[in-house]
Ligand binder design. Structure first.
Ligand SMILES: [Zn+2]
Length: 327
């Protein structure tokens, strides 16, 4: 489902960073970029902790037991500088960055590595980025900037040009599967999550833990994928009563499932987890028609047409198509 860079080359890039961190030849400024949920923050924190670690055995860094690792874990490490943000902050303004710059100049003579960790660096305002720029240029050898960003677009070229940029890729199915197995998931759940998460391990894990999502998914299957004829509609509609608030999620799940069938048709596989045997015979033309009907349903919802009536129109189209498939 994610024909991106193979696990191997992605893992190689990550392992190279870890080796450099342990060897003492780590970049002065590193930017980890790539879509949300692919492990940028986890890697950035691992590298930051490892750079500060004082274990004699470099191969063990971060060791998790030295004084420095403990201080890192307790968030009390004075050589780890992060912007001080409030949960409500939508951007990283100049003040928290200025504090870091001042802190760096105050502790200029302190020994040991210092790490400036700026997660979501693409949220920095241009003023904040300009404030950071000078420090980025002049910082000493033992100072490391680690930045993460979902997108490089909001980062000034002057910052980008001073960073080593590591573009992290969405995870491929094999790596996702291995990681999700570690959490103890069964094959069916893993297959579901691969379809839903676009190579984002973070998204896969958060969907997995979201009970309301699975309830909604079950309802969508019952309501839309068990219709075999138009006269089924009134009973199916009754399942969607009081679900107005979730209508957008319901349409998302419906669309993802239809797209899953289309994908399987295109690759000539049978759907590993077909929610309904009725749909296994669906021709591409019928699936496309239903996809278009889902887009139309979104437009109607955006125009405040009632959810029940939008869902009913959708079911009408689905039932007409299903009758054709069964002939
Ligand atoms: Zn340590």
């Amino acid at each position: 489902m994610n024909p991106q860079v193979s696990s191997d080359s992605q893992m190689n890039a990550e392992n190279a960073l870890k080796r450099e961190m342990r060897s003492g030849r780590f970049s002065h400024a590193l930017l980890l970029s790539g879509q949300r949920g692919i492990g940028k923050r986890t890697l950035a924190r691992f590298l930051a902790k490892g750079l500060l670690c004082q274990s004699e055995d470099e191969a063990l860094r971060p060791c998790g037991i030295c004084r420095s690792c403990k201080r890192y874990e307790n968030n009390t490490h004075s050589n780890l500088l992060k912007p001080n943000l409030k949960p409500s902050d939508k951007s990283i303004g100049i003040d928290p960055i200025r504090s870091i710059v001042e802190e760096l100049s105050r502790h200029g003579l302190e020994t040991g590595a210092r790490v400036i960790l700026i997660e979501n660096a693409d949220k920095m305002t241009p003023q904040a980025q300009n404030c950071l720029l000078k420090t980025l240029e002049e910082a000493s050898n033992n100072t490391h900037f680690i930045l993460t960003a979902d997108s490089e677009r909001s980062i000034l070229p002057t910052i980008l040009s001073r960073c080593r940029i590591e573009r992290m890729q969405p995870w491929d199915d094999e790596r996702m599967t291995n990681e999700l197995r570690k959490v103890g998931m069964d094959r069916n759940r893993i297959d579901e999550l691969l379809k839903l998460s676009d190579g984002s391990i973070g998204r896969a894990l958060s969907i997995h833990e979201d009970a309301s999502f699975w309830t909604a998914r079950e309802n969508v299957i019952k309501a839309f994928f068990t219709i075999s004829k138009p006269s089924d509609i009134p009973q199916r509609i009754s399942l969607l009563k009081d679900k107005k608030e979730d209508s957008s999620l319901y349409l998302d799940i419906l669309e993802q499932t239809v797209t899953g069938y289309l994908h399987e048709k295109a690759t000539q596989n049978t759907m590993h987890l077909s929610p309904s045997p009725l749909w296994d015979k669906a021709p591409v033309s019928g699936l496309r028609k239903i996809s278009e009907a889902i887009q139309q349903a979104r437009r109607l919802r955006a125009a405040n047409v009632g959810w029940q009536s939008v869902a009913e129109q959708l079911m009408q189209i689905i039932s007409e198509e299903i009758v054709k498939w069964q002939q």
